[in-house]
Design a protein around this ligand. Structure first.
Ligand code: ADP
Length: 607
């Protein structure tokens, strides 16, 4: 493809060249014709001027004078003069000897003159070996025997035509030089005109390229001044208008896209869009995180490569097949077990409302499911825990009724068991009530925390457990600075420490010791740590992660025998949570257990 300038300019140049060549050709022909015409007239005039003299000589038949006249006149006027008689014989010639000259009867100019007219011929002279222009006129031969009206001969005058050629050559040379100058000038003008036409178009081309690359900032208003034509200026103005409109539309689209992108990426729900071939069109940050993939790298890939989940693939295939919205659930494997996702699927439609793909919105309902499971387990556990003592009580009371209280010793033993089981029932219900109360108060923010000295709280807790410790022959020691303060609810912290102490006493050997230690945290000076340590039976490593769950027991039989409800540590966990604190357990089977509660607190220098 050639540039516009190289299409316009050569065409202009060709037109100029053809015109100039035509002009030169026509001019030289016209000039030649004009020159010959002039020469012809000149020669005729000369012939007519000479005719009276020649007529006189011919009439007198004075051959010698005729010859002399011809030679002299011919030399002086630089004209060849030839006199021919009616038979074609040359009587006299200014340049040659007539005796050696051949008969001229058939020369075209002579034939014409013999018929009484003026004859003319331009041809090669064999006598002079050059091109000559001949003009011949008839002689009347005044004074001769033929009388007036008869032709007495022919007077022919001629000049060499080479002079014409020479003059024409020099005129052509000048014309050529002039033409070259004109052509150069015209070519320059053509070049300028071509540039003038092509320049605005080039600017428009550059602008169109900028438009196609998304740069709408340039305008061609300035072109109107430079533009070669009204059409180009109008086109530039239209392009400017189009660029402005495109710019505005692009901005609107980009803004809308950005808004959508922001909404899309900020959504908590995972969103995934796939096309009809199940290639991923787009996904949001939540979905990328859920499937552990890079958002940008996932786009365009097959869904199966990214998410290996058969139920999800089946759901998508179903929507692609029948198009009606679907609500379902999928389970994804996770480091902490399983992730439950509620899926909502709708089909994506393009402009022609053909089904184009599927939009999947996934809601993580793992927490909800876990809560539901916990609630279900809890109800099952509560029922189980309550049924055991109730069944036992019922069994013994039925036996007592069957025996009609006849066996007094056994009756008392049975009643003692009934009392123990009802104590256990009571303990379970007490623990359940306090657990739900703490939970409820923590949720509604009713638990009041206040700064207070820690030692008195620990002392009261120890006092509460003292009787039990004495029964078990277990000693309790306390190590807590007087100036240690905690941000706490005294009653609840006391209850938590009591629960830990009761466990420490329960799961220790007789004669051993349970130590309560409180102090400021080594890592965090704003934290107080309360430790309850025993040297009892300890807890297996496998039980530690679930130890704080309700009704979880590491040793079921022993716990029940010792009157445990399985709720003590769950209560401790809830109390600590209400204090925004932490509770940890360290234990080794057979070596003892240490529970550590961490809450906000400090050491106060007392005055
Ligand atoms: P329980 O009323 O059965 O003691 P808890 O919730 O207080 O219930 O404790 C849960 C389980 O943790 C207990 O059944 C027991 O197996 C274990 N456990 C708690 N504290 C200790 C301890 N100090 N030493 C050994 N095991 C303990």
């Amino acid at each position: 493809m050639r540039k516009l300038i190289w299409l316009i300019f050569p065409a202009h140049l060709l037109i100029i060249l053809i015109t100039m060549a035509g002009l030169a050709w026509y001019g030289s022909i016209a000039l030649k014709d004009f020159y010959l015409q002039e020469l012809d007239t000149d020669l005729s005039d000369r012939a007519y001027m000479l005719r009276p003299y020649v007529d006189a000589f011919v009439g007198q038949k004075d051959a010698a004078s005729l010859k002399k006249f011809c030679t002299v006149s011919g030399n002086e006027s630089a004209t060849r003069i030839t006199i021919i008689d009616p038979q074609g014989k040359v009587l006299a010639d200014s340049d040659e000897d007539p005796d050696v000259m051949e008969n001229h009867q058939n020369r075209p100019e002579i034939v014409e003159a013999m018929s009484g007219n003026k004859g003319k011929s331009l041809r090669f002279s064999r006598t002079l070996q050059t091109r000559m222009l001949y003009v011949a006129i008839p002689l009347s031969g005044v004074g001769g025997k033929q009388g007036p009206g008869a032709i007495a001969g022919v007077l022919r005058v001629s000049v060499p035509a080479t002079a014409i050629n020479r003059i024409l050559q020099s005129i052509r040379g000048r014309m050529l030089a002039g033409s070259a100058g004109i052509i150069l000038l015209a070519a320059l003008v053509a070049l300028l005109v071509s540039r003038h036409i092509s320049r605005p178009l080039e600017i428009m081309k550059a602008n169109a390229e900028r438009l196609s690359s998304g740069d709408f900032s340039h305008r061609m208003l300035g072109l109107q001044g430079k533009a070669a034509s009204l059409e180009v200026a109008t086109l530039a103005a239209s392009m400017d208008k189009m660029a402005a409109q495109l710019d505005e539309r692009f901005r609107t689209i980009i803004n809308q896209r950005n808004e959508l992108e922001t909404v899309f990426s900020c959504m908590v729900e995972s969103v995934l869009a796939v096309d009809s071939q199940e290639h991923i069109i787009n996904l949001n940050a939540a979905a990328a995180q859920l499937f552990g993939i890079d958002k940008e790298r996932a786009k365009g890939r097959l869904l199966q490569e990214i998410v290996r989940n058969v139920p999800l693939q089946r759901q998508i295939a179903m929507i692609l097949d029948n198009g009606s919205p679907l609500e379902d659930e999928i389970v994804l494997p996770d480091e902490d077990g399983e992730r439950f996702l509620q899926t909502h699927l709708v089909s994506l439609r393009d402009g022609s409302s053909e089904r184009d793909g599927v939009l999947v919105v996934m809601n993580d309902v793992t927490k909800l499911r876990r809560l539901e499971n916990m609630r279900r387990d809890f109800v099952a556990n509560v029922s189980h825990e309550l049924r055991t003592p109730i069944t036992s009580i019922r069994g013994y009371v039925e036996t007592l009724l069957d025996e009609r209280l006849e066996d007094r010793d056994n009756g008392i033993k049975f009643l003692e068991i009934v009392l123990r089981q009802s104590d256990r029932l009571n303990a379970i219900i007490e623990d359940l009530l306090s657990l739900s109360r703490i939970e409820q108060e923590a949720e509604s923010g009713e638990i009041a925390l206040a700064e207070g000295r820690l030692r008195p709280v620990l002392e009261t807790a120890i006092q509460t457990c003292q009787i039990k410790a004495d029964q078990q022959d277990v000693r309790i020691s306390l190590d807590c600075p007087e100036n240690l303060w905690g941000v706490m609810n005294d009653t609840l912290i006391e209850q938590a420490v009591v629960n830990l102490l009761v466990n420490g006493i329960k799961y220790s050997e007789r004669g051993s010791m349970v130590m309560v230690h409180a102090g400021i945290s080594g890592r965090d000076r704003d934290r107080v740590l309360i430790q309850v340590r025993d040297t009892g039976i300890g807890i297996g490593k496998e039980h530690l992660p679930r130890l704080f769950e309700r009704f979880y027991r590491s040793d079921k039989a022993r716990s029940r025998n010792l009157g445990g409800t399985g709720l003590g540590l769950a209560i401790v966990k809830h109390i600590v949570q209400a204090h925004c604190g932490t509770v940890e357990v360290q234990s080794r089977e057979g070596q003892g257990t240490t529970f550590t509660i961490g809450i906000a607190g400090t050491v106060r220098e007392e005055s």
